[in-house]
Design a protein around this ligand. Structure first.
Ligand SMILES: C[S@@+](CC[C@H](N)C(=O)[O-])C[C@H]1O[C@@H](n2cnc3c(N)ncnc32)[C@H](O)[C@@H]1O
Length: 240
């Protein structure tokens, strides 16, 4: 495994600090509104997943929602405090593992290859170290079944940018926003096709001048991709 200061920072400090800053008042019995929205978007595509994994799941409320519908659920999360909170409140309903997308016990053990029919990554890719990005993508692809679906929520800027995480003072930690999208890395392989997309701009409703790059810094997109290693290729016929 390549080492990465940014992933290590999330595992050792920033994951817990994020949890303390944002989840202090979390009610484990109520699905957060943003998570409800994600569940509704996935359901609107007719998907009823039975084996779900979420990477960067925080304390796992969305997984708990799927577990209540009968799904077997696993979460990988950098913050030890978030994992502890989820384990305390959801007990054995879901399996939470502290780790990074690139380096975690579930992927290392290899027993869940092609196991999941849905993988969710909600606002996490931008925080993944660029050194471990491709390993992270390989780990997600490894556990997703043929015909399975991948939900990615991420920034959708006009040009690729990186913004410093101002909460971390002693290290340069960045949020990486890709004009071509992290979802675009999957589709470029031709093993994934877009099933649905929805985009919006934070605190804004209506047309935006394309020159106003600042506004596009807070444009988001939800992508639902379907995986197949076989379906998306036409077999070329040899010349007669
Ligand atoms: C900005 S939050 C996004 C919201 C989050 N998905 C949720 O459900 O609340 C990013 C989350 O991903 C986690 N994280 C950051 N880098 C990670 C990595 N490389 N692998 C796994 N989790 C990571 C953080 O600890 C945090 O919980």
């Amino acid at each position: 495994m390549k080492s990465s200061d940014q992933d290590r920072c999330y595992l050792n400090d920033e994951g817990d600090s994020f949890f303390a800053r944002n989840m202090g008042q979390a009610d484990p019995d109520v699905l957060r509104p943003k998570k409800r929205e994600i569940a509704e978007r996935i359901a609107s595509c007719g998907l009823q997943p039975m084996r779900v994994i979420e990477y960067g799941c925080n304390y796992g409320d969305l997984l708990k929602h799927y577990a209540e519908q009968g799904a077997e659920c696993y979460g990988i999360e950098a913050s030890g405090d978030a994992v502890e909170f989820g384990r305390k409140h959801y007990a054995s309903a879901i399996e939470l593992i502290q780790g990074s997308i690139a380096d975690n016990a579930l992927n290392r053990e290899g027993g869940h290859c092609g196991f999941f029919d849905l993988a969710i990554i909600d606002d996490v890719f931008c925080w993944v170290s660029r050194e471990t990005l491709m390993q992270s993508i390989a780990n997600i692809d490894a556990v997703l079944a043929e015909g399975g679906h991948l939900f990615i929520r991420e920034f959708f800027p006009l040009r690729s940018t990186r913004n410093r995480n101002h909460h971390v003072k002693d290290q340069e930690i960045y949020c990486y926003k890709l004009a071509g999208l992290h979802a675009g890395v999957f589709t470029a392989s031709e093993n994934y096709q877009v099933l649905a997309r929805h985009s919006w701009i934070d605190d804004h409703d209506g047309w935006v001048d394309g020159k106003d790059e600042h506004r596009f810094e807070s444009r988001w997109v939800d992508s639902i991709l379907r995986k197949s290693t076989q379906d998306y290729f036409a077999t070329a016929q040899p010349p007669a």
